[in-house]
Design a protein around this ligand. Structure first.
Ligand code: 5AD
Ligand code: FES
Length: 323
């Protein structure tokens, strides 16, 4: 099957009318290359403290209205244990760029969690080569760092004080250290063209990534982009489906942001190329305070309920098993 070139990608991204055909094609490729199992990852959002000020993000430093939390190392390891008891074979440790978790502290946490015989994914932003190396040596297997957008001007407008080149170099370091690399972007950012989304897809294909998460931008009321329009679920799904055509073998999550826009968002994604779901395994308040954007699903559920609910929904609606 011929891979779509840039012109074809642009056409597929724009063609809302025929998107069902695109979704069916991506669904078939997904089934052929990665099978029917839906891979579950237990997401531990362990700190909402962040040194950055990304204009789209609800946990940006200047959002003074948000109550901040930082789980203790013991709480993080305990949460990982519970995730393993619930059957998760991978845990994802995600946080804002919270530098309290230096190489020594986070490495100790990673080593503890690795004793549980699980795959550990990190998603904690930009760090130095030495830190990435220390985390890798402590046992971290995978790293998620979204490029957010490949439009450098847009990136520099939306991520004040940050450098696109630096972020790109972080991805190269992560790759060099032998992590499985995950990246991705938001779609529907203010000022983002369809052409730049096509470029994002080609960027992920060139890297190439092992995993790619794509979500609609959702305006958060306590950010400078509060009044902006936000992305649509359908464009996010088309982008994700094209991603599946370009990189048939990678892992693609049905993202939480998709579910935030539509209660069926993740199920729709799983029928349009996605093969991964990342349920939040935090308890209580920690579950509610990681507010990147409004409308996150399942905020008041317990992790055990949420885990079984997702499994049942996927089995009932799609006949697929979660592993
Ligand atoms: N809407 C959608 N996604 C967002 N993210 C951050 N803020 C928002 C928002 N307002 C995404 C970014 C980040 C990931 C963890 O969440 O892509 O990399
Ligand atoms: Fe989380 Fe149903 S999917 S409670």
């Amino acid at each position: 099957m011929l891979l779509p070139d840039k012109a074809e990608i642009l056409h597929l991204l724009a063609d809302e009318e025929n998107q069902d055909k695109l979704f069916a094609r991506a669904d078939k490729v997904r089934q052929q290359f990665v099978g029917d199992n839906v891979l579950l990852r237990g997401l531990i959002e362990f700190s909402n403290i962040c040194r950055n000020n990304c204009c789209y993000c609800g946990i940006r430093k200047d959002n003074k209205r948000l109550k901040r939390y930082r789980m203790t190392p013991e709480q993080i390891v305990e949460t990982a244990k519970r995730a393993v008891d619930m059957g998760f074979q991978t845990v994802v440790l995600q946080s804002g760029e919270d530098m309290w978790f230096n190489a020594q502290r986070l490495s100790a946490i990673i080593s503890e969690i690795k004793k549980l015989n699980v795959v550990v994914t990190l998603s904690i932003g930009e760090r130095s080569f030495a830190e990435y190396k220390a985390f890798r040596e402590a046992g971290a297997d995978r790293y998620l760092l979204r490029i957010e957008t490949t439009d450098k001007d847009l990136y520099h407008r939306l991520d004040p004080g940050m450098s696109w080149q630096q972020r790109y170099e972080c991805l190269l370091m992560i790759k060099e250290l032998g992590y499985e690399v995950g990246s991705g972007m938001m779609v529907g950012l203010p000022g983002q063209s369809l052409e730049s989304v096509a470029d994002d897809l080609l960027f992920l294909k060139d890297l190439p990534v092992d995993m790619a998460g794509i979500g609609p931008f959702i305006p958060h009321p306590e950010t400078p982009l509060a009044q902006e329009k936000g992305g649509t679920l359908s464009l996010a799904l088309r982008t994700m489906a094209v991603m599946r055509l370009l990189l048939p073998k990678i892992n693609i999550p049905a993202t939480t942001a998709m579910e935030a826009l539509d209660p069926q968002g993740r199920l729709l994604a799983l029928q349009a190329g996605a093969n991964v779901v990342m349920p939040n395994v935090n308890e209580g308040e920690f579950r509610r305070l990681y507010e990147l954007y409004p409308g996150k699903p399942c905020l008041n559920e317990t992790p055990t309920h949420c885990r079984s609910c997702i499994g049942l929904k996927i089995k009932a609606a799609l006949g697929r098993n979660c592993v």
